[in-house]
Design a protein around this ligand. Structure first.
Ligand SMILES: [Zn+2]
Length: 68
């Protein structure tokens, strides 16, 4: 569902990772995702950052130890 607070549109959605309700604020990547696919899986900023960090660590490990 879309809400407007202080002139900024936002969608209230649930994070598929931590199951918390969060707001996707207009102008952010996740907002575009929610707008395009309301019933899709969306994750909050915190989980997104965590997933990106883990991906980076994984990439770092691969670069360090070679491909496996
Ligand atoms: Zn989350």
């Amino acid at each position: 569902m879309q809400e407007q607070i202080d002139g900024v549109f936002r969608f209230r959605t649930t994070c598929y990772c931590c199951k918390r309700t969060f707001y996707a604020i207009e102008g952010t990547q996740v907002y575009d995702h929610v707008k395009r696919n309301r019933k899709g899986l969306h994750c909050c900023e915190e989980c997104k950052n965590r997933i990106e960090l883990e991906a980076r660590l994984e990439l770092g490990r691969r670069l360090l130890y070679g491909k496996f």
